[in-house]
Design a protein around this ligand. Sequence first.
Ligand SMILES: NC(=O)c1ccc[n+]([C@@H]2O[C@H](COP(=O)([O-])OP(=O)(O)OC[C@H]3O[C@@H](n4cnc5c(N)ncnc54)[C@H](O)[C@@H]3O)[C@@H](O)[C@H]2O)c1
Length: 440
Amino acid sequence: MKNNIQPAEGKLGILIPGLGAVATTLIAGVEAVKKGISQPIGSLTQMGHIRLGKRTENRYPKIKDFVPLADLNDIVFGGWDVYEDNVFEAAMNAKVLEAGLLHAIKPELEKIKPMKAAFDKNYAKNLNGTHVKQGTRQQWADEVMADIENFKAQNGCDRIVLVWCGSTEIYYEASAIHQSLAAFEQALANDDKLISPSMIYAYAALKLGVPFANGAPNLTVDIPALIELSKLTNTPIAGKDFKTGQTLMKTILAPGLSARSLGISGWFSTNILGNRDGLVLDDPDNFKTKEVSKLGVLEDILRPEDNKELYGDIYHKIRINYYPPHGDNKESWDNIDIFGWLGYKMQIKINFLCRDSILAAPVALDLALFIDLAKRAEMSGIQEWLSFYLKSPQTLPGLRPENDIFKQLMKLQNTLRHLMGEDLITHLGLDYYQELVEVL
Ligand SMILES: NC(=O)c1ccc[n+]([C@@H]2O[C@H](COP(=O)([O-])OP(=O)(O)OC[C@H]3O[C@@H](n4cnc5c(N)ncnc54)[C@H](O)[C@@H]3O)[C@@H](O)[C@H]2O)c1
């Protein structure tokens, strides 16, 4: 496989629909790292290591020294938003990063000005931006394609990836127009309102062979029409919804409880957050999209239908409350009712004082770098190995998603080993003892 990967030469353009809290925290973070004033903590591609070969070989390189990823110094950022603020202003408004840090990289951030958004207020009623494209959905798609090509030419980029960091859209399910590329393109020509704005960006990117990752829970690329297009243009896709905060904790903890065959009768999760994401999620239609994305996680890990005694009666409830004073500093509470030996009851309480965008930014960076690698390795369609980063991983229809973060990590690492022609690691390890037995 190794020889098929194109080197990461030249500049990589990361284009982001939605220059809000997550996107500006990502961009400012990368610029600060480039200047040597911060560290990319939380990013597996920048900080993580990978074991190669047998344990006796002691090979444990950094992932970025093992696979050919774009260097942070070769990244150029751009994007779209319904508000006109440049990235410095948007980052100041988001109030995630301190003003002192933002001022240290002000020139780099100020020059990133959003392009006009493909936007339909019906998909996010709590937003009032006016920096938007006019015309029909077909015209929006054509304009987004032109935006991508112009950005690429003006910035001298060799490659582009798109990472959706836009607001969560209202809940919608796939309908007939989403079932095939032909139906989708006909609907586009008819200016059909069932095509959501996020789908316009995804369509435009895939048409140009540009990889697309979806950081929100909207369907977006998770429809047959766009999966078909991704195969047609040999383009990798990934989604949905950055795995951060409460769901991250859930996919760390639930596999552990299940691994020890401990029962769970209830899991109540609630949180308060006051950023713009929280404002959008305050609308019940937008919250529904998030709720669906979050709810599946426990079921997929615990498999209640196969583990009736332990998880058959689990009551799983999720609440998100918009609370402006907390800004991006989300506070979450989990109450987990568990039971052990002979059914004796216990409780676990988690109070996570997290920073949403601080957790999401490295996830967005890694997705961008890995999906660019996938493109250079000629991988197309759904990149299930990137589930590690996602709350509601996209899989082929009929395949159950894997939500256990440890299995997801193993899959990601084995994919990298496979790409680089290294042995896959099963963690069996019997051969060490087998050899010993034979020597004795
Ligand atoms: N912060 C996290 O930990 C986290 C975790 C998982 C998922 N997410 C998702 O990531 C997305 C971004 O989160 P955020 O906290 O940055 O939100 P945010 O509200 O700060 O930023 C979203 C931006 O998208 C813009 N936008 C909306 N529709 C658009 C469109 N059609 N085209 C271009 N721009 C558009 C908005 O104007 C806003 O500036 C949300 O969907 C959120 O649910 C965030």
